[in-house]
Design a protein around this ligand. Sequence first.
Ligand SMILES: Cc1cc2nc3c(=O)[nH]c(=O)nc-3n(C[C@H](O)[C@H](O)[C@H](O)COP(=O)(O)OP(=O)(O)OC[C@H]3O[C@@H](n4cnc5c(N)ncnc54)[C@H](O)[C@@H]3O)c2cc1C
Length: 550
Amino acid sequence: MEDTYDFIIVGAGASGAVIASRLAHTPAAPSVLLIEAGGSNAHAAHQSGADRYNAAFAEGSPMNWHYKTVPQTHLAGQKIDYSRGKGLGGSTAINFCGWTVGPRDDYDEWASVVGDSRFTWKNVQRVLKRISNLDPKIPDQRLEDVIRAKPEDHSTTGNLDLTYGEEWIPDVGDIYTAAEQTGHSINRDVNDGDSIGMGMGSVCIAKGIRATSASAYLSRPPPNLKIIVNAPVARVLFDKKRAYGVQCIDGRQFLAHKEVVLAGGALNTPQMLKLSGIGPRDELKRHGIPLVHELPMVGENLQDHCFSTTGIVLAKDPTLPAGPASQSPTPMGWFKLPSVETSSEFQQLPARTQAHMRKPTVPAMEIATHSPPSFLAYEPTESESYLGVICLIMNPQSRGTVTLQSLNPSTAPIINPNFLTHPFDRRLIIDGMREVMRIQRAPIFASRTLKSLGPANESDEAIWEHVKGNLRSSWHMSCTAAMSKHEGDGVVDNKFRVFGVSALRVVDLSVCPFVMNAHTQSTAYVLGEIGAEVLAEEYGLGDVGIGGKA
Ligand SMILES: Cc1cc2nc3c(=O)[nH]c(=O)nc-3n(C[C@H](O)[C@H](O)[C@H](O)COP(=O)(O)OP(=O)(O)OC[C@H]3O[C@@H](n4cnc5c(N)ncnc54)[C@H](O)[C@@H]3O)c2cc1C
């Protein structure tokens, strides 16, 4: 029958595009349907310069689900932007193209939590080599001692083009001097499994073109991979507890002989699971959804990296040329914060969490520099330059939720990240912002600083006053269908199988047991690759990753 496939993958984002392509390219060549709610995003690849910051947010853009959180009442009632990419490439078609890999200790902890060596850093490093194609050249030779990726830790044969950009902001080196002047180490390669120190991630932009999961994995699909766009899935179809297909909002049904794989991302996947009858009993009952299997953790455990901003206004150096401010990758640093580890808020965390945070590669905070002045509602004059720095908290302990607003699959879910509701997170952002302010006072900036923007002073109270009205999401939402050993505290097992039903998996950032301490797209690609290996092994499809390069 025409509309029956071996595998159906729902969602063509970072994870979905990868798993669909890898399965279709296996020697067994199963029939694969990749079904995407949004359009083909044919023009997304060209949005690499300033566009890469703007495309996502244009009102009514068909590339964005335009989600917002519920008002965060404890944060001056802010409704925080919770954008998600829509269309081929998913959020990789609208994200900021930053490529960071995360700490090796995070992956080893994940492997230990779920009892599976597939998630160890050693295995993830192998998989990353299949994903990435890194050109390690840097455009500013003056910084060769600061940024230098080691070839042995990277690959030049993977699908996704990565570079360090073509042009850098002229004064980009100052932040490395400031970091050293304030006692931080320089990390030449933050993507080798140890990100601690001041460094720079690469970007998925090559020759001015954005690389998305669609451009890297779907540009030349084999005949056994069918891609359907503009087809939002409403629910999974079940025969008792076995998934046998999906139904779109327009009523079309597509059937799967083998498996249905949800890859709708950390907001839409829990929504789809609930609309399909898998989730907390009471919530489903409230909406009149027949229960297929009770799983209380669907839509719970939402984790994300929030950030606040501080800035300094500097006297412009007239000798510097104008820079390509929004094309360049931005410096990033991951730091440990000794003040946090001795705080009472840290001491009250579970022993395992404390032990994890003490591991050598696990940071407490991240900074990313050269954020736009609009983050502090400032417009520099002709004679001023501006250095904005964002402070992201790592290992967040606040937990949010994704719940149903309505039975209608076209209605956005209710999203509440509960940012900074945990006392540890408040300690972290206050101490982190204080550290950023200290870096901004480094001698290299001090003589040129005209004024400081952000918190009025460095007291806890002043920093909190600023943060609670100036908080954003870095769109790293994860963990809403978490992987675990036991059904009681998760949604999928280590093979991505949804507990309690058969022939249904989730392969996207929903399954992270905790949000990785890095920008998240690399983890989503890794999950697509590992998910494909798991299915290929179970169904005897042969090797994954040969011949799949788009
Ligand atoms: C504005 C923004 C900036 C970001 N910047 C960075 C960055 O610089 N670096 C970084 O590492 N990460 C960044 N991220 C995060 C990163 O892009 C995501 O973590 C990653 O793409 C998540 O992958 P995913 O596969 O889980 O979900 P997604 O990539 O979001 O893919 C989900 C896909 O499923 C589709 N879908 C959803 N529901 C349905 C349905 N019912 N039927 C059919 N299809 C459906 C969606 O349309 C989408 O295509 C950013 C994200 C955003 C939004």
